[in-house]
Write a protein that binds this ligand. Sequence first.
Ligand SMILES: [Zn+2]
Length: 310
Amino acid sequence: MNTVEPSQLKVYKRLRNRVESVDPLYAHLSRQIELISAGFGGEKEVERVIRTLNLPDDSYVFTDLHIPMSNNRYLQIDVLVLTPSYFLLLEVKNIRGTIMFEKNPNQLVREVENVREVFRCPEQQVIRHERRLRGLLNAISASGLPEIHPLIVMAYPKTIVLKGPEKVNIINACDLENYVEEINANFSMESQELHRIASIVERKSWPFLMTPLHEKFPLETTDIKIGVFCSECLSPIRKRLRLCPYCSYPVMQSRIDSIADLMLLVRNPVSNADIREFLNIHQHETISYILQHANFRITGKGKGTRYHLR
Ligand SMILES: [Zn+2]
């Protein structure tokens, strides 16, 4: 299992690097980075616990899963464990203080040092993603499936849950072992079918998860820093290089990511000319060469060719 920084966090850091600190978008991105970083710490803790679980040999563990579905929807799961006897769908929370799951509207209210804050309801998130996971399994005609267990997992046991969710179980990460031990493991699905499902999940998982931000925060290319920035260390890359001179990250990937930045921040879809202007690379052929290595969706022909984020 890996514990690499979530792709979403990397994208937010990249985008913030292009925005001036006075722009409202900068504050929005900083808040997202803060939230995801906290969640990331929690996911690492849960991963550590999962490593200690007595899972069957032919199990699969996915973390930070993002799968595009129809109508701009995503299946987004913090941790998905597929075993022949059960599937675990875990929504990991790393929240300090006292929390309450409120109804009508569904909200997670957190109180810490007398400050109240409202978060999106993890119960609703889990229910939504369980439904989407079932939709995905249906769409690939998965058969002979074991029971799916959706769970909210508190990464650290010190959070006080004053009022729990009604429809989904909530447990501390340290109690996952007991939970798993108590699942009735008499059922066992075909290992070939489990392998097929796991391969499809892996293949469909996609690093760019975000909806473009320009609908909410309209920006022009004149408002943001243009050019290619290293996706890893965020340094500007001005020369024709293969590797970043500061961190050795492949420049081709940073160029592709910079095109995605344009699509996320300014407009989507884009033309070759839009990309030339944004990357500050003036040769049409160079852009075409970069696009050959990218995975953008293409529509139109000749001068009307457009590249879409997805
Ligand atoms: Zn770098």
